[in-house]
Design a protein around this ligand. Structure first.
Ligand SMILES: *[C@@H]1O[C@H](CO)[C@@H](O)[C@H](O)[C@H]1NC(C)=O
Ligand SMILES: *[C@@H]1O[C@H](CO)[C@@H](O)[C@H](O)[C@H]1NC(C)=O
Ligand SMILES: *[C@@H]1O[C@H](CO)[C@@H](O)[C@H](O)[C@H]1NC(C)=O
Ligand SMILES: *[C@@H]1O[C@H](CO)[C@@H](O)[C@H](O)[C@H]1NC(C)=O
Length: 274
């Protein structure tokens, strides 16, 4: 009689504990797990904050830095233009990208210029800007070598492409696309294959997201993310809070957890004394 009452009570306490613990494991605890354990990983490219996407919820990064993984190729869109992500140097912090539409040739349709929100991105030293100018018969060129290339469009008509040095607008022409070229591997001849190669090689941009609190957040058992109300960098913590710079030390538990009974044959790990 006594033992069955005890058994009932212990079952009851067990169920009670289940119900207490399940709701509290949702929300921010999941954000912590989702943002810290699941670094973006795709085709050899990995990234943490301020990137999100591909399994990382939006609270793990800033809205402008969403990554996708398609057939093991990391991709992202910046101002509506699709890029392949070739490298992410998480600690520099530099993103190396190449225009997806130019992977097939010099004449994508429609022409979309690369634009970068100056609040999020800045250019990296060691590059010079060039501009591809489309659809002008007499745009002057500052590049030695062939003045112009002809690219074929879907409707069969060719459009001429000029290359100018600098970060220029289309002026009277049909369109312009900026192409940063690394000074280190400047083409010796600016012919069409060289230009196509530069476009495939891509270029680097630096992101300017505030990551200053992240080391301290990490040390306090949290992970950097975004507060989805204020859009500020925040620390997602094990105690289900967000919004502070670091996580509070774990509060002492008021209900002591039941001591697990070791299963036969299982031994606790030996203690190591230092
Ligand atoms: C290249 O152009 C971007 C704007 O598109 C500008 O921010 C950057 O300073 C330019 N870089 C150089 C080396 O002129
Ligand atoms: C400019 O673009 C339009 C539409 O794509 C095209 O029909 C036209 O031929 C282009 N102009 C030149 C000079 O290539
Ligand atoms: C912010 O995040 C919370 C918790 O993840 C979610 O319930 C809420 O809908 C989000 N709000 C917005 C505006 O995205
Ligand atoms: C946060 O970012 C979202 C998406 O870019 C925007 O809609 C919202 O207005 C921003 N909120 C604040 C407080 O800036």
């Amino acid at each position: 009689m006594n033992s069955s009452v005890f058994s009932f009570l212990s079952d009851f306490v067990f169920l009670l504990l289940l119900f207490i613990q399940i709701p509290s494991s949702l929300s921010n605890d999941d954000l912590l797990t989702a943002c810290s354990n699941q670094f973006f990983s795709c085709g050899g490219i990995s990234a943490g904050f301020p990137f999100w996407g591909a399994g990382r919820p939006s609270e793990c990064g800033i809205p402008e830095l969403e990554l996708k993984c398609e057939n093991d190729i990391a991709k992202m869109k910046i101002n509506q233009v699709a890029y392949r992500v070739l490298k992410i140097y998480q600690y520099y912090p530099i993103l190396w990208i190449a225009r997806e539409d130019y992977s097939v040739g010099l004449c994508p349709s429609p022409f979309m210029n690369s634009k970068f929100n100056p609040k999020i991105f800045e250019s990296v030293e060691g590059y010079r800007n060039f501009t591809l100018i489309y659809g002008c018969e007499d745009a002057y060129t500052t590049i030695p070598g062939p003045r112009t290339f002809t690219c074929k469009t879907n409707d069969g008509d060719g459009q001429s492409v000029y290359i100018q040095e600098g970060d220029n607008g289309p002026g009277e022409c049909n369109g312009s696309v900026i192409m940063p070229v690394s000074i280190k591997d400047f083409p010796t001849v600016w012919n069409m294959p060289a230009v196509e190669e530069q476009l495939k090689k891509g270029f680097e941009v630096r992101w300017k997201v505030d990551m200053g609190l992240c080391p301290e957040c990490f040390i306090s058992s949290g992970v950097c993310g975004i507060d989805n109300v204020t859009n500020q960098t925040t620390c997602h913590c094990p105690d289900q809070t967000s919004g502070s710079k670091t996580c509070a030390p774990p509060a002492p538990t008021t209900i002591p957890a039941p001591t697990p009974i070791p299963a036969p044959g299982m031994h606790s790990a030996p203690e190591i004394s230092l």
